[in-house]
Design a protein around this ligand. Structure first.
Ligand code: 13P
Ligand code: ZN
Length: 271
């Protein structure tokens, strides 16, 4: 067996978590990531028939039965992930019953997956219906995006429109816009179901006064989506209290989207 700490998927995960911490998106244990791994790839590093322990998930994820995920642990600090992956991360396989996680590696101190597993796995299920190449769900608490939640209406059209106006590339990066949920209790099946419902339509979902979810085919894609939103939110927060002299107009946003050939939310523009 090869050393799993040297696996490309492990190195990429650790580098991403470190980057998210560096950017201030993941204070303390804030945030969580899940990546669907390739079963054949995992088999090079561990024996998939060796289950360390089973952990009930408390919800049904039967469409993901047999799928393997690398997932951050609950209560674990992003700043520590790269230093000690085996304590802070786990590799789980969804059992045939759809409600049990089989631990194949990690959570060395006896801990378990993130409390947000419902939102993660339900989002994986929802996104894969739309795009079978989706493999990553990422949640974090980016500073400016969160700040914006307190001073801007939590309305999907208005929130998306404001961010599109902040940087020229926004409508190209997230033409499908941003779903917004009101404040809800986190770590529950209910917020998981609400998030997954939004994921049918959006690759980005804001949890009101809490944080954001981004998805993608790989870590770079999910990270890049959140990074672009956070940059735009930063521009908004740096300028919202100042007189606005210039803006990108809706007909210019339309021109941009058409030039880049992206399928944008036409109903999010006022044309
Ligand atoms: P976990 O430590 O359980 O992953 O929770 C962090 C978080 O961001 C909750 O929304
Ligand atoms: Zn959170």
């Amino acid at each position: 067996m090869r050393n799993i700490l040297q696996a490309p998927f492990m190195k990429e995960f650790c580098a991403t978590a470190a980057n998210m911490y560096r950017l201030g998106w993941d204070e303390r244990n804030g945030g969580n990531i899940s990546v669907m791994l390739d079963g054949g790839e995992v088999g090079k590093y561990l024996d998939p028939s060796r289950v360390i322990r089973t952990i009930p998930t408390g919800f049904d994820a039967k469409p993901l039965a047999g799928k393997i995920f690398l997932v951050t642990g609950t209560g674990k600090y992003f700043k520590n992930v790269a230093r000690d992956p085996e304590t802070n991360l786990g590799i789980i396989r969804i059992a045939a019953d759809g409600t049990t996680a089989e631990l194949l590696w990690g959570y060395k101190d006896g801990s378990r997956f993130t409390s947000e597993l419902p939102a993660h796995l339900m989002s994986h299920m929802a996104r894969r219906e739309v795009d079978p190449s989706n493999r990553v769900v990422m949640h974090c608490h980016p500073t400016y995006t969160l700040a914006m939640n307190y001073v801007h209406p939590l309305d999907e059209k208005q929130f998306t429109h404001t961010l599109w106006e902040m940087c020229t590339e926004c409508i190209v990066v997230f033409p499908d816009g941003i779903g917004v949920l009101p404040w809800m209790l986190c770590g529950t099946n209910e917020i998981g179901e609400a998030t997954a419902e939004k994921m049918k339509e959006f690759r980005l979902v804001v949890w009101g006064m809490h944080g954001i979810y981004g998805v993608g085919k790989d870590l770079d894609e999910a990270f890049g989506l959140i990074e672009t939103v956070e940059k735009a939110a930063q521009i908004y927060m740096l300028t919202a209290h100042l007189p606005r002299l210039n803006t990108i107009k809706d007909d210019e946003l339309k021109t941009l989207a058409e030039a880049f050939g992206v399928n944008y939310r036409k109903d999010f523009l006022n044309l």
